[in-house]
Design a protein around this ligand. Structure first.
Ligand SMILES: Cc1cc2nc3c(=O)[nH]c(=O)nc-3n(C[C@H](O)[C@H](O)[C@H](O)COP(=O)(O)OP(=O)(O)OC[C@H]3O[C@@H](n4cnc5c(N)ncnc54)[C@H](O)[C@@H]3O)c2cc1C
Length: 436
């Protein structure tokens, strides 16, 4: 058993990818300020990679800036594409975006997997349309899931009750002690690590440039954002800059004056385990359980592993990647109650990362208005994807492409990053700090 701290996903096609260390005097790199593209994307998680992929598909040149791509929340994510099970009360607009993402996923995955001999091949995304079963442990969990089903059905979502016998016919290793089961055919999955590797490979093959550096802030010229200032010197100039660096977005310098990006870390612990041959397949569907009111899920992968997650805590540990012992205990205890054979699995990895949360649980996605009401030219924000960033990747990419094409879809106007109260500023709309 090992506990891995996590790490960066490498582009699958490094031979084709242009990796550029834009900075003064960097051996093998380019010199300060000489990198430019139509689009600069800050942040190489699922969101930044997805936006970069969509931008390059639209014929634009793209630079993706990240010193540790794939190492943030995306490294931990289970990859459930679950608009139905993730429905929460009073999040109707978010549901619309999640359903849009769900509709986009088959085409998005097909475009990526076409050159990888399919989603199932080791080079593919791992996109699977296997269903989800929601199961409850006790009578109170049954009532809670039945109440949620009413809300889901009220939104037109398909959630069909199964008897325990029917559920166990489909998934024989489910405990006979579960109190209820519901079939959710529309909730699917992808493997986020493979997804990023695949996105990076395609980006590299299409001429995308990777800058393995941190962004320090935004470059401004004549009242518009003109690119990215890199930490330690150097810059990337671009007609459009997309801020997609998750929780790191609020720390960027030279953001538009007064813009508040109210992001907060919501930590999650998650496990990866190997299923021994005599128990394979442990499950064929994703199982989302409610155990004494606490959610737990088990996501089966095609490689004979499963993912068990995830806790949700806002405790601010000293090491943001520190795994909670209590969290791991709770996950294994609850997963084992639903699927007793979990006790026989081999623990491969325990990981913790922070989800980029927002006050209303919805993303910060769109352009930003100046005080005169016009949008700041050259700037798009795409962060705050909280629990749904993997699901929302194709939707975020499509929204950003519409913004770059100046054909925004009014349905997504409610996600504008400037919907929260502005931070008071003393001098007009100049950036927080004038770019060098
Ligand atoms: C335990 C857990 C389970 C989850 N399960 C699911 C799930 O099943 N389904 C789902 O849809 N979502 C899930 N999520 C949520 C999902 O992981 C996030 O919403 C998503 O990964 C956010 O992606 P991102 O690209 O915005 O951010 P991140 O993945 O955090 O990426 C941000 C990137 O920005 C880079 N960066 C930061 N600052 C800078 C800078 N200054 N310059 C350059 N680069 C910078 C970082 O290195 C990082 O690579 C889960 C999250 C957790 C923690």
């Amino acid at each position: 058993m090992g506990t891995r701290a996590g790490g960066a996903a490498e582009p699958a096609n490094d031979a084709a990818a242009r990796v550029c260390d834009t900075g003064p005097g960097t051996a093998g790199g380019t010199t300060a300020g000489d990198t430019s593209a139509d689009v600069a994307v800050i942040g190489g998680g699922v969101i930044g990679h997805g936006i970069a992929f969509e931008a390059i598909r639209s014929g634009r040149s793209v630079v993706l800036i990240d010193d540790a791509p794939g190492s943030g929340a995306s490294w931990a994510a289970a990859g459930m594409l679950a608009p139905v099970s993730e429905l929460h009360y009073q999040e109707e607009q978010l549901l619309e975006l999640m359903l849009e993402a769900s509709r986009l996923w088959p085409g998005f995955a097909a475009a990526l997997d076409a050159g990888a001999a399919g989603a199932d091949s080791p080079a593919g995304t791992g996109y699977l349309t296997t269903p989800t079963l929601a199961v409850g442990a006790d009578a109170a969990d049954r009532r809670a899931l039945a109440d949620l089903r009413e809300v889901q059905q009220g939104c037109g979502l398909a959630v069909e009750p199964l008897t325990v016998r029917e559920a166990r016919t489909r998934e024989p290793l489910l405990s006979p002690g579960i109190s209820c089961a519901f079939d959710i055919p529309a909730d699917h999955q992808v493997d986020p690590r493979r997804l990023i590797t695949r996105l990076a490979g395609v980006l590299g093959a299409e001429g995308g440039v990777f800058v393995r550096r941190r962004a320090a802030g935004l470059l401004w010229q004549d009242g518009q954002v003109a690119g990215v200032r890199l930490a330690g010197g150097g810059s990337v100039r671009a007609a459009e800059t997309v801020v997609a660096n998750g929780l790191g977005a609020a720390a960027l310098e030279e953001l538009p004056a007064g813009l508040a990006l109210p992001l907060r870390p919501v930590y999650g612990d998650i496990l990866r385990l190997r299923v021994p041959p005599h128990l394979q397949p442990l499950l064929t569907a994703t199982v989302r359980g409610m155990v004494r009111g606490v959610p737990v899920y088990i996501v089966p992968r095609q490689d004979g592993t499963v993912v068990i997650g995830a806790t949700q805590r806002e405790d601010g540990p000293s090491d943001p990647h520190a795994v909670s012992a209590g969290g791991i205990y709770q996950l294994l205890r609850d997963a084992q109650q639903l699927v007793p054979a979990v006790a026989e699995l081999e623990l491969l990895e325990a990981t913790a990362r922070a989800r980029p949360g927002t006050p209303d649980n919805a993303p910060l996605l769109g352009r930003v208005a100046r005080a005169d009401g016009a949008d700041v030219p050259g700037l798009i924000i795409a962060t705050g994807f909280f629990r749904h960033g993997v699901l929302l990747t194709p939707a975020a990419a499509a929204v950003c492409r519409q913004l770059m094409d100046f054909t925004p879809d009014p349905r997504w106007g409610g996600f504008r990053p400037d919907r929260f109260p502005r931070i008071p500023v003393t001098s007009g709309d100049s950036p927080k700090k004038e770019a060098a």
